[in-house]
Design a protein around this ligand. Structure first.
Ligand code: FES
Length: 100
């Protein structure tokens, strides 16, 4: 379904993890694009039924790309540039909010 246009520019490889699994992505890609390029389509679960969701619009509209990035939930993977060493996790249900 998704296929990167890898031959347009030389790629700089970045290391990141998804749910603890080591993956590689390309500099300039968003987190959602990097997940899709690695064959990962389900990145969150709905709060009500727990149904898996995948990035859909890739432009910040649908919120189906929500993930936990470096411990912070509700991050839209399609709007966050991938960075070296990022720890990306599936968002299960609602974002966990720290009590103050
Ligand atoms: S994929 Fe739709 S908001 Fe990110």
């Amino acid at each position: 379904m998704f296929r990167p246009m890898r031959d347009l520019a030389p790629a700089v490889a970045l290391n990141f993890t998804f749910d603890g699994k080591a993956l590689k992505g390309r500099a300039g890609d968003t987190v959602a694009a990097a997940l899709l390029a690695n064959g990962i389509v389900a990145c969150r679960e709905t709060p009500v039924s727990g149904a898996p969701r995948a990035p859909y619009c890739l432009m910040g509209i649908c919120f189906d790309c929500l993930v936990v990035i470096d411990g912070i939930g509700n991050r839209q993977g399609c709007l966050v540039p991938l960075a070296e060493g990022m720890a990306v996790e599936t968002q299960h249900g609602r974002r966990h909010v720290e009590e103050v």
